[in-house]
Design a protein around this ligand. Structure first.
Ligand code: ZN
Length: 190
């Protein structure tokens, strides 16, 4: 897992041109990495590949929606969705949520984003998919697409908070043996 400070996270990633075997393999790698870290989303630059590709756990999105409706669903089932060249085509409203990031472990902050979006991506079969999303799904998709543009959520907080974040990450990484084997109790990381 690439963490803040790694140059790949600062790059604007180029588009995926062909959905070939390499892309299929990368998607499997990303799904495994997301599952292992218990993230709800992951962008290719986070595994060191500068390409416009993300995975999102739609199972958790569904679970979160049921919880917010006051229902008591069973544990969330992981349903990974691979999005190639995702882009937001409409954004509306505001939604503030505490965000975390697998590339900024040990720190969370309230971030305001659009609460309602329409977005588009190409799936692994090459089909164009268009979706509307609110709340958590909207936040997650915006967070992941930010990764493709070289932006981390801590780029959206004040300079003081950013400094705190970097210290916390440093401390976090110094205190664990192997980040890859660590997983987060809290699921809201992407
Ligand atoms: Zn992230």
């Amino acid at each position: 897992m690439k963490t803040v400070g790694d140059s790949v996270l600062k790059k604007v990633a180029p588009k995926v041109e062909n959905i070939d075997e390499e892309i299929q393999e990368l998607s499997l790698n990303m799904i495994e990495t997301m599952k292992a870290a218990r993230g709800i989303g992951l962008a290719a630059p986070q595994v060191g590949i500068s390409l416009r590709m993300v995975v999102v756990d739609m199972g958790y999105m569904e679970y979160d929606k049921l919880v917010s409706e006051g229902k008591e669903p069973e544990e969330a089932e992981v349903i990974p969705v691979v999005m190639i060249n995702p882009e937001i085509i409409e954004r509306e409203g505001h939604y503030e949520m505490e965000e975390g990031c697998l590339s900024v472990p040990g720190y969370r902050a309230l971030i305001e984003r659009a609460g309602n979006i329409r977005y588009r991506y190409t799936d692994l079969e090459g089909k164009t998919v268009e979706r509307e999303a609110v709340d958590l799904e909207a936040v997650c998709v915006q967070h992941e697409i930010d990764h493709l543009d070289g932006t981390l959520f801590i780029d959206k907080v004040s300079r003081i908070k950013r400094r705190t974040a970097l210290k916390k990450v440093e401390k976090y990484l110094a205190n664990i043996k192997n980040y890859e084997e660590d997983s987060f109790e809290h699921r809201l990381y992407g």
